[in-house]
Design a binder for this molecule. Structure first.
Ligand SMILES: NC(=O)c1ccc[n+]([C@@H]2O[C@H](COP(=O)([O-])OP(=O)(O)OC[C@H]3O[C@@H](n4cnc5c(N)ncnc54)[C@H](O)[C@@H]3O)[C@@H](O)[C@H]2O)c1
Length: 478
């Protein structure tokens, strides 16, 4: 068996990288810098993924440079001000004060950086096609200052062959002019991010991570770099595997959520069978089942977007990804289903639809976070407005301002209300879109006139008189 075959087969069986990878002088030097924590880490894109990553490296004593084109973010960070809910303010301030973490809006000094992590957005276009322009822009800026001994790791979620087909050619063009060879002088890999904002149990340190390099030396160095902050790094044969692996994780969630959302709607038709109770009962099976719960629709930057990356790639291969299409259809239909339930709740009140008022509780896409990107609250509010309901307010302890995108590029401000018993009483219907811990289920159940609960947030409320006011999504209310 030759070396490459042995390497691939070792990865395929146990994700282990052989320690005896034949390393070039540049690779050996970078490995040494990582081991002695003298390498400089560069994190490109200081958002939900990049900033926590930069903080982890800085915490481990690595000199860490954050690069973001958003000058406001850079200014805030250099002043020691954290802007992410999930990060500890004092931790960020200390790292900035100790000068281990600094930020910049230019790539001018990126020649000083040994390891780049690219953490830029991967949105879709209006026609749901991958928009890799942020990745291309960041790579082109890195390429300008490329030098021997640098490792570039793409962390953004994307379709298989972005690292090899988009990032690599940009770096190679610059490398050729400088006489640098990939895998010997500079290195490239993909390692998808698994951060789960709001999750207190699984953090960067205790969540295993996957990495696939363009060559074995690239994989080896990426693994070494990541092992400085993560307990377990699972190496795969090439970046296409790691890119596909991340999409599998997200599509797996999307498909399973769609399944329970479809069955939740069926439960509502059948009556007297709650999907929440069904999932709870099925979860007693200790093998072969994993619980997923109904909800008002998908949100965030990942699960509603990433599957489109794979569908697009599949179409290029004359292949249709039926599961992705079907689950997107079901999940994207959920805000409409919720809006119908809100109209039903209003119909139980002595008020006409056009005079009705609705209070939306939670506009972040999931509990205890401030991220409103693609939140189902948006389409629910838009749908209510289209049905003629003008008075819609929201409350979210994590979101001080909220705007909804209307049709034809318009943006509408949604007024914020304080969450008081009087506010609850003043609205004809209250809908719980996000089950933040800060919401007091008993106060909501007692004071709201009619409630649509899309998260089973009021599970603890058992008083039949109060339950009568609640329409639970998938709760089997006929
Ligand atoms: N948010 C999550 O929970 C999560 C989890 C796993 C994976 N991901 C993936 O990670 C990637 C980043 O997501 P995010 O949520 O951190 O995005 P984000 O929008 O929060 O942050 C991205 C940052 O990149 C900056 N940026 C854009 N172009 C740049 C450039 N050329 N140079 C420097 N900075 C640039 C932006 O100004 C922004 O601050 C995406 O591919 C996403 O799918 C996100």
């Amino acid at each position: 068996m030759d070396f490459d075959t042995a390497f691939a087969s070792s990865l395929a069986t146990n994700g282990a990288v052989p320690e005896d990878v034949d390393q070039s002088p540049a690779a050996q030097q970078l490995a040494r810098r990582l081991e002695t924590k003298t390498a400089t880490i560069g994190v490109v894109g200081l958002g939900y993924v990049g900033l926590p990553l930069a903080v982890e490296y800085a915490d481990q004593g690595f000199s860490t440079i954050g690069i973001d084109l958003d000058e406001e973010r850079v200014g805030q960070l250099n002043a020691g001000d954290n802007y992410l809910d999930d990060l500890d303010d004092a931790r960020v301030r200390c790292l900035v004060q100790d000068e281990v973490l600094e930020s910049t809006a230019t790539y001018a000094d990126s020649g000083d950086i040994d390891v780049f992590f690219i953490c830029v957005p991967t949105p879709v276009t209006d026609t749901n096609e991958p928009d890799t322009s942020y990745i291309e822009g960041a790579t082109a800026s890195i390429a300008e200052h490329l030098r021997p001994g640098q490792l570039v790791v793409l962390k953004s979620t994307t379709y298989p062959d972005t690292t090899g087909g988009v990032v690599q050619p940009i770096l190679e063009e610059a490398a050729q002019k400088k006489g640098l060879t990939l895998g010997e002088d500079y290195f490239l890999a993909h390692s998808p991010e698994r951060i789960d904002p709001g999750n207190e149990e699984y953090t960067t340190a205790n969540t295993p991570i996957v990495a696939g390099g363009v060559t074995e030396a690239c994989t080896h160095l990426t693994k070494k770099a990541l092992e400085q902050i993560v307990s377990e790094v699972h190496a795969v044969s090439n970046p296409k595997v790691s890119e596909m692996e991340k999409l599998l994780e997200n599509i797996f969630r999307s498909v399973n959520i769609a399944l329970v959302n479809e069955l939740a709607q069926l439960c509502d038709r059948i009556g007297e069978v709650s999907m929440w109770e069904v999932v709870q009962a099925a979860s007693t099976k200790p093998f072969g089942f994993m619980p997923f719960y109904p909800g008002p629709g998908l949100g965030g930057h990942c699960i509603p977007i990433d599957p489109h990356y794979l569908s697009w790639l599949a179409r290029k291969h004359d292949f249709e990804t039926s599961f992705i299409t079907l689950s997107a259809r079901i999940n994207e239909g959920m805000p409409f289903y919720v809006a119908e339930s809100i109209i039903e709740a209003i119909a139980r009140q002595p008020v006409q639809l056009s005079n009705a008022s609705v209070l939306v509780l939670g506009v972040a896409f999931k509990r205890n976070v401030d991220d409103t990107r693609h939140s189902p609250a948006g389409p629910i509010i838009r749908q209510l407005q289209e049905k003629g309901i003008d008075t819609i307010r929201y409350h979210d302890p994590h979101v001080p301002e909220y705007h909804v995108n209307g049709t034809e590029q318009t943006t509408m401000d949604v007024p914020r209300a304080e969450l008081t018993p009087e506010t609850l009483e003043a609205h004809d219907a209250t809908v719980i879109v996000t089950d933040h811990d800060a919401f007091d289920s008993h106060v909501i159940a007692e004071r709201a006139n009619a409630i649509v609960d899309t998260r089973n947030a009021l599970e603890e409320v058992t008083d039949p008189a109060l339950r009568d006011k609640i329409i639970l999504l998938g709760g089997g209310d006929e």
